[in-house]
Design a protein around this ligand. Sequence first.
Ligand code: CO
Length: 134
Amino acid sequence: MIERLNHVAIVVPDLNVASILYRDALGANVSEAVELPAHGVSVVFVELNNSKLELIHPLGPDSPVAKFLQDNQAGGVHHICYEVRDIFSARDVLQAKGMRVLGDGEPKEGAHGKPVLFLHPKDFCGTLIELEQI
Ligand code: CO
């Protein structure tokens, strides 16, 4: 079902500091910060040869990552995203196995304009998993 690792999302307390760290200390290719109001986050995309990172910071008071940052003030890994070919079939298979899909279970448009779903971390070893249809 899952195929390539699409990205790892890391919540950071300061996008500028994180960008400089990834660009200057680690020598990675980082984007400008992009505001995604529909998702309540600002994102810096980091391109690696074999995958991507997303450095994310809360945007606005209702941001879905605001509490995470409160609980993890130095930042931390927020979720990992795997690619799937058919998100509806992936959802149905997982739900049939008793796995919990967050929200109303319907795929939403993700940060890359493709349909995504999130899976409950308690069903997956304490890790929030995003599935993205490629
Ligand atoms: Co993501």
